[in-house]
Design a protein around this ligand. Structure first.
Ligand code: AMP
Ligand code: ZN
Length: 438
């Protein structure tokens, strides 16, 4: 262990792997029982696979269990997956699903305690401690980012500034005035804030910022370098998802070589996304999680659709928990725009219900304007609309914008293009052009 390595809970973070696995097995058995006996959805899924809680005798037996997917959350919306009466639930969060209904996360008191613990570990892993000032620019609200960092920051005794996202000039002012040492936000927002600082010609010396903990969307090593150079800080990657708990499923340590998954709370597997077969350490595949301590909403083999590789080699920081590499992509078509999940199908459903549009469209995502993600939809007009002129086209573009905004909650650009100008596909249509260099 490097002498400067900070840990929130060294006993668990450095637990020898054989001991850790024993603990995982014991907790896995409890979770499986809970899911089977308290959640009819899980019982049915287990029964269909012919597996019973007592069949779990080793950690490898997890592969006997059925998968859970995003649509299972939607189909059981809002509370069908709860293993406890709603009266015990003290917090709800939500994230967008594949269609209109959101994915709901529910927490009882103990679940919030677990979340605070894993977030405290994650924040501490970046080198922060009780004396630090955390500028929390993740969005507060149904999104797990804001309140997840809030909880963990308070747990470890840092000074938390719940500034939420947006109002960049004010962020820069507060960062200087309050002496923020740690910036928490999406990586794209960290870059946008760097630009605001530079535009305002505020000298870097006036800030105490030392580090940032960035996640909730894909980013690259190139982007880490860019953020670190512009801000002159250390940038750490953090990962999580609403279905599991929110941020704090895994986070980087001082070494910045993969994110330690807090394995005493989350059991990770990598599977082949096509066959569903388990893959080994070092092999790229889809990340699957089973919760080990969650009570209100236990999750069995949740298919994240995120692609990565697990690495179990000992880490120089001294932690024993497995590391996941940066997310390499997704196995579905979900886009993350300014931290918000969007499925092309949501935009498509708006286009297809409006008159005077052809079912021909594509989506362009880029990150040109002020480093924030920008999503533009180009939709083909019918002949009828096209000859009615620019004003009519603008009107319908405005409708698409408003309806998409209502459904997914972010603003997009819409361009109505000439009839027959979009290339027809001869096989699978390529609907999304993601020009961001992630
Ligand atoms: P949400 O539940 O809305 O917070 O979205 C969770 C999804 O965000 C994950 O399944 C990932 O696809 C993505 N995500 C979260 N953190 C990261 C990260 N550090 N790197 C890449 N993708 C991330
Ligand atoms: Zn480490």
């Amino acid at each position: 262990m490097s002498s400067t390595e900070r840990m929130w809970n060294a006993e668990f973070e450095m637990m020898p792997r054989d001991q850790l696995q024993k603990l995982q097995l014991q907790r896995l058995k409890q979770t499986v029982e809970r899911a089977y006996y308290k959640v009819p959805f899980f019982r049915k899924a287990f029964d269909q696979k012919g597996v019973k809680p007592e069949d779990i005798k080793s950690l490898d037996d997890v592969s006997k269990l059925p998968f859970t997917i995003k649509n299972d959350f939607r189909d059981n919306y809002p509370f069908g997956l709860l293993a406890e009466p709603i009266e015990n639930v003290v917090r709800i969060h939500a994230s967008s699903g594949t269609t209109g209904k959101p994915i709901v996360g529910a927490y009882n008191r103990n679940d919030l305690d677990v979340w605070a613990e894993v977030m405290a570990r994650s924040i501490t892993g970046s080198g922060a401690s009780a004396g630090d000032v955390l500028q929390n620019a993740y969005g507060y609200g149904l999104f797990t980012g804001g309140l997840g960092f809030h909880l963990g920051g308070e747990r470890m005794g840092a000074t938390v500034i719940p500034i939420s996202g947006g109002l960049s000039k004010r962020q820069i002012m507060m960062m200087e005035d309050l002496g923020s040492t740690t910036l928490c936000c999406t990586p794209s927002y960290a870059l946008a804030l760097a630009e605001t600082m530079q535009e305002g010609q505020v000298s870097r010396d006036r800030f105490k910022l030392q580090r940032g903990i960035f996640g909730a969307e894909p980013w690259s090593e190139a982007m880490r370098k860019e953020i670190e150079e512009r801000w002159q800080i250390d940038a750490f990657n953090i990962y999580g998802l609403t279905e599991l708990i929110g941020p704090g499923v895994s986070c980087e340590c001082s070494q910045k070589v993969g994110m330690h998954i807090w394995e005493d709370h989350f059991l990770a597997e990598i599977i082949d996304p096509v066959t569903g077969e388990p893959l080994g350490y070092g092999q790229e595949g889809e990340l699957v999680f089973t919760s080990l301590t969650k009570e209100a909403l236990p999750v069995i083999r949740y298919r994240t659709r995120d692609r990565t590789v697990l690495n179990v080699e000992p880490c120089a920081c001294g932690r024993t928990h497995v590391r996941m590499e940066r997310i390499r992509g997704r196995t579905d078509d979900m886009l993350i725009i300014r931290g918000v999940n969007i499925f092309p199908s949501q935009i498509e459903s708006v286009i297809l219900t409006l008159p005077d549009l052809e079912p021909q469209y594509f989506i362009v995502v880029d990150r040109e304007k002020s480093n924030l993600d920008n999503l533009e939809v180009r939709v083909e007009a019918t002949e009828r609309l096209w000859i009615r002129g620019e004003e009519a086209r603008q009107a319908i573009a405005g409708r698409i914008r408003r309806e998409v905004q209502q459904i997914v909650g972010i603003s997009i650009d819409v361009k109505i293009v000439e009839p027959k100008s979009i290339q027809r596909s001869e096989g699978k249509a390529k609907r999304v052009f993601d020009l961001r260099e992630l």
